[in-house]
Design a protein around this ligand. Structure first.
Ligand SMILES: [Ca+2]
Ligand SMILES: [Ca+2]
Length: 313
């Protein structure tokens, strides 16, 4: 469900490099509530290309992936909160999707795009229904970036899009009946939706600016996204059919990667309005903005755990 700063990757790398000077936790403490599978109220995020978790009030920041030269970022939760998918260059130099337990243990590879291709932007099916434990992602293993889906055990990899242009950052609707994604197939980056089998592709946004980072509200009725249509990146929300676009943020900083709270009342996002990437939260109408990450960490790529019903017996 979470997206990446894919289009602004260079900016993100520059920002991440700037964060390297900051002191990172050196002795990560493991969060007992995630180790036992209860991830309620937890937000996973990235700091300086390492993955962390914290409480939804910004407390209990815990580092999950080790200090290392490779990149780990863009985390998303499994439907039961016991695992996290993320992208990593640990077998680099190119990105692949990896999985780990919610306490950082048990790291395994999901995709293998070696030697020359990348896979990024994992989206784990979760939300209103049990959706079969599938992970969508984008990869350039074909002709340019396209959307793929894989079972969480790595089997059943299926290519969903195969059109000119770059199709990136898929995210599941909560009922898993649709996927939103971003593509420049019509000349500039817009937000599209499609059925889970790749049919029924429909464009939702229409303007000349970059539109990216779609995120479904937990009830499936709305999609939050980021757009530069008003001069710099801001968070917007629209109905799931593309109508009623409304701006939520209004700040000269770069605001992006929105993700909803499980009850839909709040939206967490990344902003550099205080000078570098930090995680902020606001009410879903754009009011009551507050910063979650303090000056010692910063952060980007927030993913708010939303519990899904268990699989049928
Ligand atoms: Ca656009
Ligand atoms: Ca802004």
């Amino acid at each position: 469900m979470k997206t990446s700063h894919f289009i602004g990757a260079l900016l993100v790398l520059a920002s991440a490099a700037g964060c390297e000077r900051e002191a990172a936790p050196t002795a990560p403490h493991m969060a007992a509530n995630t180790a036992t599978g209860n991830a309620d109220g937890r937000i996973a995020f990235a700091v300086s290309s390492k993955i962390f978790v914290m409480g939804e009030d910004g407390s209990g920041v815990t580092q999950l992936t080790p200090p290392a030269i490779w990149i780990d970022d863009d985390p998303v939760w499994s439907p039961d909160g016991t695992r996290i998918a993320f992208r990593s260059t640990r077998d680099g130099p190119y990105y692949d999707i990896w999985l780990m337990n919610a306490d950082g243990s048990g790291v395994t590879r999901l995709t293998d795009s070696r030697p020359f291709n990348t896979s990024s932007s994992p989206a784990w099916s979760a939300g209103a229904a049990w959706c079969g434990d599938r992970i969508a992602f984008h990869s350039n293993r074909g002709m340019g970036n396209d959307i793929y889906v894989s079972n969480a055990d790595g089997t059943g990899v299926t290519q969903l899009t195969n059109a000119p242009g770059s199709d990136i950052t898929p995210t599941w609707a909560p009922a898993c009946d649709r996927l939103a994604f971003v593509t420049n197939r019509d000349g500039n980056y817009e937000i599209y939706v499609m059925n889970p089998d790749g049919t029924g592709v429909t464009r939702l946004t229409t303007n000349t600016a970059v539109d990216q980072d779609p995120a479904w509200s937990p009830d499936g009725s709305r999609i939050a996204f980021a757009s530069r249509r008003d001069g710099n990146s801001e968070i917007y929300v629209m109905s799931a059919d593309g109508t009623g676009e409304t701006r939520l943020t209004n700040d000269p900083g770069r605001d992006g990667t929105p993700a909803w709270s499980p009850d839909g009342s709040r939206i967490v996002f990344t902003s550099d309005r205080a000078g570098r990437d930090d995680i902020y939260v606001m009410d879903s109408d754009g009011s009551n903005v507050s910063r979650l990450t303090d000056g010692s960490t910063g952060g980007s790529y927030p993913a708010w755990f939303a519990p899904a019903p268990p699989p049928p017996p």
